[in-house]
Design a protein around this ligand. Structure first.
Ligand code: SF4
Length: 305
């Protein structure tokens, strides 16, 4: 697909997903901010800031990345932390800030939030980085989580080494926690670079498979296949299952029914314009009390200055 057609397809998908926008909900687009951080100033532009309710705004950053971010990347993104600090200063009434990467190629919104402590850490990190940059005399390329989006990666020796799977450090004693952490970070950076490369190569094969049914290359057969996802409409599904099982429709609903979070969020947002704030907040709290929460432990890792 040429670049123009690809861009057009991304735009069409975005328009379909976005649906109708009430312009009163959009507080700003391409919003410039200048954030004082110690002796430095951070200049940035936020793609879009939306009003969600009387105490919440949503920062939206559009991304055209081929790869989705990992949960870690979303939750530790320095860009989003700085956006939140800026937004809190620009709209001081906003007690809550929702941070969303809108992944345009995937039609996925990757959402996160920050704590006060994380925001303070981000500012301290930027200040330290500024001071280190001022005093540094050499700037060696260092593999990092942003390499797969870097425009210079084709000329970068560190990235070329990563593609060859070149390793620098393998911990010998697994009881050596410093060593374990060091190797983990190296492997995480390499895995990310290699995964991005895999996607790049697969895009080339997929483009070829638009013209033919299959490719056989290097002893491997490649084909495209379609994955199917199904949404079952409520009424006919309940009727069919009630008839088949002998259960009442309410019993079937009790066993299978769940409310889609995205649809619920949209409904609450529209209610926010009609009802007063305390009623909406109370409703949200009541809904959360009934919600089934699933927690899964995840490893969180962030470089400290
Ligand atoms: S590809 Fe090279 S230049 Fe680009 S971010 Fe990675 S290490 Fe730095």
């Amino acid at each position: 697909m040429d670049v123009f057609a690809e861009g057009l397809a991304i735009l069409r998908r975005f328009i379909a997903e976005q649906g109708v926008v009430d312009h009163r909900d959009v507080l700003a687009i391409e919003k410039e901010f200048r954030l004082p951080v110690g002796p430095f100033e951070v200049l940035g532009f936020i793609d879009r800031v939306d009003w969600i309710d009387d105490e919440t705004v949503e920062v939206i950053d559009y991304k055209t990345n081929h790869q989705l971010f990992t949960r870690d990347e979303v939750d530790t993104s320095l860009q989003m932390s700085l956006y939140e600090v800026a937004v809190r200063r620009l709209w001081p009434w906003a007690k809550k800030v929702k941070l969303t990467f809108w992944m345009l190629r995937h039609g996925v919104r990757q959402e996160t939030t920050r704590t006060e402590e994380q925001l303070a850490d981000a500012l301290a990190y930027v200040e330290t980085l500024g001071r280190q940059t001022e005093t540094a005399t050499e700037y060696p390329a260092r593999l990092n989580t942003n390499c797969s989006y870097c425009d210079h990666r084709k000329q970068c020796p560190a990235y070329a080494d990563a593609l060859k799977g070149k390793r620098e450090f393998i911990v010998e004693d697994l009881a050596d926690l410093e060593g374990v952490a060091r190797e983990r970070e190296e492997v995480a950076r390499l895995a990310k670079a290699l995964y991005a490369r895999k996607e790049e190569l697969e895009d080339i094969l997929k483009a070829q498979l638009k013209e033919r049914d299959e490719l056989v290359l290097g002893g491997v057969r490649y084909r495209m296949f379609a994955t199917t996802s199904l949404d079952y409409p409520l009424e006919p599904t309940l009727t069919l299952l009630a008839d088949a099982t002998g259960l009442s429709r309410d019993e079937v609903l009790g066993k299978l029914g769940a409310i889609d979070k995205k649809a619920l969020d949209a409904l609450l947002k529209s209610l926010g314009k009609k009802l007063d704030k305390p009623r909406v907040s109370l409703l949200k709290a009541e809904l959360e009390a009934h919600a089934d929460k699933r927690m899964s432990p995840r490893l969180w890792a962030k470089e400290v200055a």
